[in-house]
Design a protein around this ligand. Structure first.
Ligand SMILES: Cc1cc2nc3c(=O)[nH]c(=O)nc-3n(C[C@H](O)[C@H](O)[C@H](O)COP(=O)(O)OP(=O)(O)OC[C@H]3O[C@@H](n4cnc5c(N)ncnc54)[C@H](O)[C@@H]3O)c2cc1C
Length: 449
């Protein structure tokens, strides 16, 4: 397809905006249609600070498009998990080797940077234009443009319109389109720890804070101005749950009992609890992602629960992979689109499953003695055999050149070996004397068989 062809992207979210930059750099004429108004004029997130964990898979594309230096000035590196127990005692678990960190970044700030960069590259972003329909045979987009209906013809249409994608819903009406959605029993609510005096941080700045409590948890990520955005992941029903905490007294007593060290840090707890929404968490899987010249990217094709901090990162990786394929196949979209969905789907499924598993790890296991010992042994294995044995978290988070599906596969093999190690009697006493070499050899044999 000659480079002067036109591409329409539905959604100026994180993924749609990033993909538009890649495509504008390749020479396409790109227009984004976004249903909301321009967050740069209206202020993102209604004045609330909402942050995300950006890790290596998200960095790689930001570097490729040349905005990594700007992004660096927006992040706070988080070098590990800081666990808060019910007495308020703290334990720090590093995420990886020295220097490795995930990065807290403002969702609105990153989205604005991506939109500004897109416009500098010549992308046109049209706000308050909602996608209503698509004629897939003709690549025709039907839009609501401030109350009037409009048609736009393009060579390629990209659905970057998020978890409740209209583009995907329209594909669902076509033949042999598979779709599933699954809501977990937990929802989430954002709460705030405001900055201390002079913009100081009320908790350790370079950590992702977790209050693991078995069936639920609270987490907190730092913001540049000294505040923390906290998220309570909590069941919708049962006791305790969003439905059991009704009055100010219920909420106050619950936090005093279960998250005691947060009380002095959250002066607006009751106000935030009542005014911030309780939102649900969904996993969405579908296939195919491509219909003629329309393709889904990011949450539109694979919305996942947030417990691995990989939703945006995996969406950014979609953009990087699609761009690489266009490069390798001389922008032959007829070749690239089927290849893209075939190759990317197993990776999206892998991170979707890993994200669900990690909820159990975060809310429960991070405070479990066996789990902590397992982590220590794996860290030792990784120290001595850095190329052969890489903890699953590191493969997913810090290894942007390993596919998610491979990380999941290797992680499962490592888990089988570690399950045997952990079942040894007296392992808690003898772990330092363990002979690690046979474990690595067993792993190599499994990988090569
Ligand atoms: C609580 C929570 C915490 C998270 N934490 C992390 C994290 O730490 N790290 C991480 O990597 N990911 C995280 N995620 C996931 C991340 O937010 C998503 O994966 C990411 O936002 C997906 O980007 P997207 O561009 O595909 O979709 P979105 O960000 O949802 O953008 C979609 C855009 O499309 C627009 N749109 C929708 N419908 C239409 C239409 N009909 N016409 C025109 N425009 C339309 C929307 O207005 C929006 O601007 C988290 C998610 C949640 C819920």
């Amino acid at each position: 397809m000659p480079r002067t062809k036109t591409i329409s992207i539905v959604g100026a979210g994180l993924v749609g905006s990033l993909m538009s930059i890649y495509l504008a750099k390749r020479g396409y004429k790109v227009t984004i249609f976004e249903k909301r108004n321009d967050m740069r004029k209206m202020g993102a997130e209604g004045g609330r600070s909402i942050n995300l964990a950006l890790s290596n898979r998200g960095w790689a594309p930001l570097k490729e498009i040349g905005i990594d230096n700007e992004v660096k000035s927006m992040i706070i590196p988080m070098r590990g998990r800081m666990m808060h127990d019910e007495e308020g005692f703290l334990t720090f678990q590093p995420y990886g080797r020295e220097g490795q960190a995930i990065n807290s970044i403002s969702r609105g700030g990153l989205n604005e940077l991506l939109m500004n960069t897109a416009e500098k590259e010549g992308v046109e972003i049209k706000f308050e234009q909602t996608c209503l329909g698509i004629n897939f045979d003709e690549s025709l987009l039907f839009l609501d443009d401030n109350g009037s209906r409009k048609e736009v013809k393009s060579d390629v249409i990209i659905g970057g319109d998020g978890a409740f994608s209209v583009v995907r819903r329209l594909m669902q009406r076509t033949d042999r389109f598979n779709y599933s959605q699954h809501f977990i029993e937990h929802g989430y609510k954002e709460l705030t720890i405001p900055p201390g005096a002079g913009g100081s941080f009320g908790l350790e700045k370079h950590a992702l804070h977790i209050w693991p409590r078995g069936q639920y948890m609270l987490i907190a990520l730092p913001n540049k101005e000294g505040s923390f955005t906290c998220t309570l992941f909590f069941p919708f029903d049962g006791d305790p749950s969003f439905s059991s905490l009704k009055t100010d007294e219920d909420i106050q007593q619950f936090f005093e009992k279960v998250f005691p060290d947060t009380i002095r840090l959250m002066p607006t707890l009751l106000k935030d609890y009542h005014s911030n929404p309780t939102s649900s968490l969904v996993t969405i899987k579908c296939f195919p992602w491509v219909k003629n010249k329309t393709v889904l990217l990011g949450d539109a094709s694979h919305a996942i629960v947030p417990f691995y901090g990989q939703g945006m990162n995996s969406g950014f990786e979609d953009c990087r992979v699609l761009n690489q394929m266009l490069e390798e196949h001389n922008d032959d979209w007829d070749k690239v689109l089927p290849l893209f969905q075939e190759s990317r789907k197993p990776d999206a499924d892998a991170i979707s499953d890993l994200a669900l598993q990690n909820f159990i790890e975060m809310r429960d296991l991070v405070a479990d003695e066996d789990f902590l010992l397992r982590k220590k042994i794996e860290a030792k294995l990784h120290d001595q055999y850095p190329k052969q044995w890489i903890p699953l978290y590191s493969m997913v988070t810090f290894n942007e050149n390993m596919r998610y599906s491979e990380a999941l596969h290797r992680g499962n093999m490592q888990k089988e070996i570690m399950d045997k190690v952990m079942s040894q009697p007296d392992i808690h006493k003898n772990w330092e004397k363990l002979d690690l070499n046979p474990l690595v050899e067993e792993l190599n044999t499994k990988i090569n068989s």
